[in-house]
Design a protein around this ligand. Sequence first.
Ligand SMILES: [Zn+2]
Length: 420
Amino acid sequence: MSTAATRPTADAAPTSAPASARTGAGELFQLLRDGVPRTRAELAKSTGLARSTIAARVDDLMRMGLITPVADAVSTGGRPPSQFALNPAAKVVIAADIGASHATVAITDLTGAVLAEHEEALDVAVGPVQVLTWLVDNATALLEATGRGSGHVAAIGIGLPGPVEHSTGQPVNPPIMPGWDRFDVPAWMQQHLHVPVLVDNDVNIMALGERAAAWPGTDHFMFVKIATGIGCGIISGGALQRGAQGIAGDIGHVRVARGADVPCHCGNLGCLEALASGPAIARSLAARGLEAATGGDVVELVTRGNLDAIQAVRQAGRDVGEVLTASVSLMNPSVIAIGGSMARIGEHLIAGVREVVYTRSMPLATKYLSIVQSAAADRAAILGASMLAVEHALSPEGVSGGFRLGAPAGGRRPSERALA
Ligand SMILES: [Zn+2]
């Protein structure tokens, strides 16, 4: 079953490169990504490039179909249009959100608007070949449904429920993904679809999706997922921060004070995840005689107004806040968005987070800090997978490569190499 839907227009922060560094068609295109029509003169002023250079680059981008002329507000009587804007329909991307037990694939335009989408129950533990075959088959069907061929695809963005080494696109020791360890996802995908393939973990793509949906232009941003596990996606200086091995933001195994002797599945004691994840809260409630086995049961109890459950959730929020207080000191974000299935509880959880972060952080760090519930909610991941692909496709390297199939621009990461 596929559905067609329109999603909010999304865009990422403008490039922070200095004007002098913007020299190619790709850099110029970054300026136009916000969809605001601009004239050649405005582009010349913003980039510091000569009018003649701008004219040549505008011609390049128009030839590639990435920008289109926009009629002037004031008619110039027969003169050619002087303003240009992004053409979001020039290309599409394939976005995939592979969860533990569900998978979603979508075709979006270059703003992240969903053109077609398909979701179904799929156990990631069946292994990479079966899951990725499902992905290729359904993406191909959706492309046909939208009247697009594989030649219209600019890039593929995939989110996986485990650690991913971003430089290679390979999952590394993913705990719930048997058979996926070191599987070369980009190489396998490119045997079927000859475009750049970007792979990242689910929390990172949710951070991209949440920012695009609700906080465009926010350069210092954290997205915290609280569900069966707890993790965090970090955007700093406008860019997603993955760290050396791709596990930056793995806050679930930071120790919290009250957890002294609570064992965690990782082998340590007192991890945040062992105290504040959905199953952990359920365990603490079950120990007090309530019927709770899963995070969903906890949500249900809170929704029914059960006081024990509300208190347990608030305490879990404080535990998350304890770890985030250290993160706030390290990263100085302006927004922390709380998402994941437990965030459906809403204010009880977030109140606990705020209680600790606002009282324990330095005043300057919290003066303009917003701690909010995820606005994109269950759309964050698929939108983020789209943004992962779009940001690559529209990056200076992606644009300069001209979207030529199997002919990536120089200096690309290994995860984007084409086999063709
Ligand atoms: Zn642990």
